[in-house]
Write a protein that binds this ligand. Structure first.
Ligand code: NSS
Length: 432
């Protein structure tokens, strides 16, 4: 019996016999030698099959193997500096598990729609593999960071009776007796209840927006990390946002550098992400736009074009605060010094990768919140529980939502968010 191992651990077995299980990534032959590139999900290794060192069955199996066929190989691990990954397997046994049909994805260029139709297979290619490994790392790192900072994970429901971010992008379901229910746009309102119970919480999960826009930066289903903190003002969550983002970027730079290389990411752009981040107000952002010859009406929210122009002025994420209250969600607290402004923040990624974070201090005053609900024409009955949070021990509190795919898109340097999630849901895509 030889040890079954994986390619990422192969370095521990130099000079020993091991068994690997995986899929054929590529092959080439030269006389009586076959070079098989095998991938097993943890890496890729070149495996060398020499005719007179294996049984005739094992050798002829190499001719039957098609791309992505599944197989098991046994062999001796050799260190080889020239080999990709630094090791090679000298095969002594090869067993086919399944011979794959002709694989639809080849190194030639495929259009995005073909690749998306084959997303379940496209995931195996090295670029997608790199992005999704970074995704996994980033989500874990974000959680461990918040856990270390004293937050607890607080899961919010996905089926909700109300909207959080305005009613225009709600997904309606028809199941609950006598009542409409919607897929959650954000876990925030529930996180606020969590913050009043535990002090510091975060939610992490999928959220849904029935956006009619077809842009590179919008998914219909995307993941959001939402910290919420009791006894925190806007300035406190600005610091949290800055620290979290810096931590994530540097953790990916340290632990997922190989993946960033596969993606050809310009590392200097990520290395310059250090604290402090520039902080400007909405009105200062208007000045920047004006200097660039773009006129923008006070009171209107920024769109992707404005965000890009502003973010291009900085080499790290920029935090824009104090937007006009009229453009923002009902729960945001207005600035006591200038009530027409919201105590809120949008964090824009550099290089035009869009908004990473939206957050705010929350309206903690019962009467003001009632007023805001009315202004937004939201049904008070559905928000009674939320109003309770202002009836029973209300305190200043703040939080934000970090878009997981936006953050991945920026760190990986990918143009379209559809590559930042295993199975993207878009305006015109629900398959596979
Ligand atoms: O709408 S947000 O700006 N804010 C909220 O949902 C708050 N309720 C969060 C909070 O304070 N707890 O969305 C937050 C982030 C935004 O900055 C983007 O990074 C991301 O969520 N986001 C999206 N990513 C991908 N696709 C779409 N459609 C999308 N919408 C927002």
């Amino acid at each position: 019996m030889t040890q079954i191992t994986t390619i990422d651990k192969i370095g521990e077995f130099v000079g020993q016999m091991v068994t690997l299980r995986g899929w054929l990534y590529n092959k080439r032959s030269s006389g009586k030698v076959r070079f098989l590139l095998i991938r097993d999900g943890t890496g890729i290794i070149q495996s060398v099959v020499v005719k007179n060192e294996v049984t005739p069955e094992s050798f002829s199996a190499t001719d039957i193997l098609t791309l992505e066929s599944s197989l098991e190989v046994r062999g001796k691990v050799r260190a080889d500096a020239r080999a990709p990954g630094g090791h090679e397997l000298q095969v002594s046994d090869l067993r086919i598990i399944q011979v794959a049909e002709e694989y639809p994805i080849s190194p030639k260029e495929h259009g995005p729609s073909f690749l998306l139709d084959h997303r379940h297979l496209w995931l195996r290619s090295s670029r997608q593999h790199a992005i999704l490994r970074i995704r996994s790392h980033l989500i874990q790192e974000a959680q461990s960071y918040l856990n270390r900072e004293g937050f607890i994970l607080f899961d919010a429901p996905i089926l909700t009776p109300t909207s959080c971010e305005g009613t225009s992008t709600l997904f309606e379901t028809d199941y609950f007796y006598d009542e409409k229910a919607y897929l959650s746009q954000s876990g925030q309102l529930y996180a606020e209840a969590g913050a009043m119970a535990f002090g510091k919480v975060y939610t992490l999960g999928p959220t849904f927006r029935a956006e009619k826009s077809k842009t590179r930066r919008h998914l219909t289903e995307f993941w959001m990390l939402e910290p919420e903190v009791a006894f925190a003002e806007l300035k406190d969550i600005l610091s949290l946002a800055e620290e979290l983002i810096t931590h994530l970027v540097h953790s990916v730079l340290t632990h997922r550098r190989e993946e960033l290389k596969v993606l050809d990411r310009d590392l200097t752009k990520l290395q310059s992400v250090v604290q402090p981040f520039p902080r400007i107000t909405y009105e200062e952002a208007l000045d920047i736009l004006r200097q660039k010859g773009i006129s923008h009406q006070w009171g209107d929210d920024f769109g992707a074009a404005e965000d890009t122009v502003i973010s291009e002025q900085f080499d790290r994420p920029v935090m824009i605060t104090h937007y006009p209250l009229q453009t923002k969600a009902f729960y945001m607290k207005s600035d006591p010094l200038r009530p027409e402004l919201a105590l809120c923040v949008d964090v824009l990624a550099p290089e035009g990768y869009g908004e990473l974070i939206g957050g705010s201090q929350r309206e903690d005053d019962y009467d003001k919140l009632l007023e805001r609900l009315a202004q937004h024409k939201l049904p008070r009955e559905s928000f009674e529980w939320y109003l309770d949070l202002r009836r029973y021990g209300s305190v200043p509190h703040s939080g934000f939502g970090l878009g997981i795919e936006r953050t991945i898109g920026w760190i990986c340097g990918i143009k379209h968010l559809r590559e930042a999630i295993p199975f993207p849901r878009l305006l015109q895509r629900i398959y596979p």
